[in-house]
Design a binder for this molecule. Structure first.
Ligand code: NAP
Length: 348
């Protein structure tokens, strides 16, 4: 049964947004998707083909940095899911490449929503990066926590996500728009990709399998499957009672556990899985020294995360939105098979 409500999704060439639009279309919504360059759509054949055959999907050209660029896409929509934002760790110019598109883009999208007389809810894709950039094993993170450490020089991707989310909440306070705001804060998103380009998180798994890491480091992360992240966005958009921020992550894994999953998955023979144990104080000291030989922002990430166990409470998203998290093991193994199928990961 078609649902005649129109939903705008920004950045539909992206890993997460592509799953969101599939989920919306399956539920019968009309979707207005934004892409940065309509003229480069041939590089995203699945999207070009989908838009050609599915009358429920229309594409609009919108650039995060261009004022009024989202007005047409947002016009007439009941809700907007704003996911577009650069997700890269190493950039040349953090202000231009990360901060401006994240913050100005969020403000441009919210302003377009404010001007429309149709939008009732905006769902913003933030990140755990807006919650912390230096986990502390003694603290269980919740939606009340904010990253107060990042800057243009220290974990600039984290800074861009923090400032974009802060500017969204500030917009709500100062402009009193007719819509409400719900924010999803995912951790490391894994799982199969609909798009040919490999996502930064999946590339981290590829790097672990191809000898980029000198050994097993004292790092840990929370994981969430991209289909569960998409479901969380759609539920946040649909459920009237959804409110505030939602930490979006299933189980967490130490890098050792991640490597064990890959070994049990049978990837040891065809890939270069790390073996050397670089956990513990001495290992982390050595890796901190080595981190200065890595690209600037990867090095910074390592120095602020090594040896710190991240702990978080995901009860709110389960209770309010009813999100079910797939086991991270399943999602990680699917990511690997998917990267092999797309040609991002080659067996030796
Ligand atoms: P992605 O695949 O790299 O997608 C990013 C999207 O943003 C692309 O559609 C990209 O368009 C668009 N974009 C970037 N700069 C733009 C600009 N100046 N104008 C218009 N569009 C622009 O990343 P993703 O993983 O799906 O991330 C989506 C959101 O989730 C981001 O806000 C990211 O911070 C957040 N997030 C991701 C993860 C994760 O692990 N993947 C975790 C937490 C939060 P082009 O295709 O034209 O570049």
């Amino acid at each position: 049964m078609p649902n005649q409500k129109s939903i705008c999704v920004t950045g539909v060439t992206g890993f997460i947004a592509s799953h969101i639009i599939m989920s919306l279309l399956e539920k019968g919504y009309r979707v207005k998707g934004t892409v940065r360059h309509l003229s480069r759509l041939e590089k995203v054949p699945w999207l070009a083909e989908l838009a050609a055959v599915n009358e429920q999907l229309d594409l609009f050209e919108s650039d995060l940095l261009a004022k009024d660029s989202f007005n047409n896409a947002v016009d007439g929509c009941h809700a907007v899911i704003h996911t577009a934002s650069p997700y890269v760790i190493n950039v040349q110019d953090p202000e231009k490449d990360l901060l401006q598109p994240a913050v100005i883009g969020t403000e441009n999208v919210l302003e377009a929503c404010r001007r429309s007389d149709s939008v009732r809810r905006v769902v913003l894709t933030s990140s755990v990066a807006a919650v912390t950039d230096e986990p502390d094993s003694n603290i269980v993170l919740t939606e009340n926590d904010w990253n107060v450490s990042s800057s243009l020089k220290r974990n600039p991707y984290h800074y861009s996500k923090t400032m974009a989310e802060r500017s969204a909440w500030e917009f709500m306070k100062s402009r009193h728009p007719a819509f409400d705001l719900v924010v999803i804060n995912p951790f490391m998103v894994t799982g199969p990709s609909l798009t040919p380009s490999a996502n930064t998180t999946n590339l981290m798994i590829r790097d672990i399998m191809t000898g980029v890491y000198p050994g097993i480091l004292d790092l840990n992360w929370g994981f969430v499957d991209v289909r569960d992240v998409a479901a969380a966005h759609v539920l946040a958009m649909e459920k009237p009672e959804a409110a505030g921020r939602y930490l979006c992550a299933g189980d967490s894994l130490h890098m050792r556990e991640l490597v064990d999953i890959l070994r049990e998955g049978g990837y040891e023979r065809s890939f270069n899985l790390p073996r050397l144990d670089l956990t513990g104080k001495a290992g982390s000291m050595l890796v901190k020294l080595l981190s200065y030989t890595r690209p600037r922002d990867t090095g910074m990430y390592l120095r602020t995360h090594l040896g710190n166990t991240i702990r978080y409470d995901n009860a709110k998203i389960i209770r309010d939105l009813g999100v079910h998290f797939r086991p991270s093991k399943e999602s990680i193994l699917e990511s690997v098979e998917d990267m092999i199928a797309w040609g991002h990961l080659k067996k030796r």
